[in-house]
Ligand binder design. Sequence first.
Ligand SMILES: *[C@@H]1O[C@H](CO)[C@@H](O)[C@H](O)[C@H]1NC(C)=O
Ligand SMILES: *[C@@H]1O[C@H](CO)[C@@H](O)[C@H](O)[C@H]1NC(C)=O
Ligand SMILES: *[C@@H]1O[C@H](CO)[C@@H](O)[C@H](O)[C@H]1NC(C)=O
Ligand SMILES: *[C@@H]1O[C@H](CO)[C@@H](O)[C@H](O)[C@H]1NC(C)=O
Ligand SMILES: *[C@@H]1O[C@H](CO)[C@@H](O)[C@H](O)[C@H]1NC(C)=O
Ligand SMILES: *[C@@H]1O[C@H](CO)[C@@H](O)[C@H](O)[C@H]1NC(C)=O
Length: 316
Amino acid sequence: MSKIIILLFHVLLSSELKTSNAQTWVKAGYWFSDTKFPISDINSALFTHLICAFADVNSSSYELSVSSTDEQYFSTFTKAVRQKNPSVTTLLSIAGGNANHTTLAYMVSKETYRTSFIDSSTKIARLYGFQGLDLCWVLAHTFLNMKNMGLLFQECRTAVNSEAKNSNQKQLILTTAVQYSPDIDVNVSFPVDLIRNDLDWVHVLAYDYYTPKLSNYTGAHAALYDPSRQANDTDYGIGAWIGRGLSASKLVLGLPFRGYARRLKNPNNSKSNWIGFDDVEVVRIKVSYAREKKLLGYFVWQIPYDDNWVLSSAER
Ligand SMILES: *[C@@H]1O[C@H](CO)[C@@H](O)[C@H](O)[C@H]1NC(C)=O
Ligand SMILES: *[C@@H]1O[C@H](CO)[C@@H](O)[C@H](O)[C@H]1NC(C)=O
Ligand SMILES: *[C@@H]1O[C@H](CO)[C@@H](O)[C@H](O)[C@H]1NC(C)=O
Ligand SMILES: *[C@@H]1O[C@H](CO)[C@@H](O)[C@H](O)[C@H]1NC(C)=O
Ligand SMILES: *[C@@H]1O[C@H](CO)[C@@H](O)[C@H](O)[C@H]1NC(C)=O
Ligand SMILES: *[C@@H]1O[C@H](CO)[C@@H](O)[C@H](O)[C@H]1NC(C)=O
């Protein structure tokens, strides 16, 4: 009898844990305001999560700031994308590639600055109707920045936890964008332990391994497997994250919806630009890979680059 009760208790407990923690397959897409792509044109039925990019950090108050141009779009983003998909979840992404690196490094460096950032970010997220926050600071790159970023994640979790209790709302989702592999060099890595404890998942930027700015090598810039350069492919990076102790169920694989064109060295080919990009078949292969590895899902960078929704519809 008692065994049955214990068993029943376990079943109840695990089903409750599932409903509160389990995240279903994530199909996320970034929308970046710089593209000026109309929000109302986003085919949100193709996504479970939409990520609105990017809010900034004020360089004197360290509070979250949204430019006056972006404000009109960010404040209505959630309402607009829900027209075509009432159940889509929206996140507000902060920083991004053009953000001021110095300001970010300062912001994470002191507890009072971090608190200003966290409090203002949760407030703006709620004010605009977002259900989560995404920090996009992939180029933190120093031991100290990484350490401080870990503290930020920890304090963010504590803050959203109590904010949810006080406001009687669902806890904000917390995510971050990371490099394809956790290690920057032998001494510097992303704060994997704090990511595991305090974030819901990470967006793995599994692309841009070779860009014309970085190198003249005509390699596939987002190869899943690259037998000749094994440390620069997606499978290596995903394996490295899991190897460092981040569960596959916290990894969301990045798919680039852009390619790079290069002029070839051989004068005989001087008129043929070489263009490397992921087509529909590659998108399908990568989505299957994400499922096989039991990742949480995938995200696309970025929605406006998809012509006629062919890539975003590839999984179906
Ligand atoms: C940054 O914050 C300061 C102090 O609150 C404020 O005076 C200033 O206008 C803000 N700057 C921007 C760009 O929002
Ligand atoms: C970045 O922010 C720092 C202060 O946080 C400021 O001194 C610097 O001028 C800013 N850089 C740019 C390019 O705006
Ligand atoms: C790693 O740290 C060691 C010890 O502090 C130092 O000697 C070495 O130069 C560092 N390596 C890199 C790549 O920064
Ligand atoms: C690529 O090659 C050109 C021509 O040789 C050179 O000027 C350029 O600096 C190279 N770019 C990189 C990123 O190495
Ligand atoms: C990975 O790519 C970088 C930049 O192009 C290059 O310097 C490095 O040698 C590559 N690593 C391997 C193992 O091929
Ligand atoms: C370019 O084409 C010519 C004629 O077919 C050939 O002789 C030459 O070897 C080629 N050059 C290179 C660099 O492949």
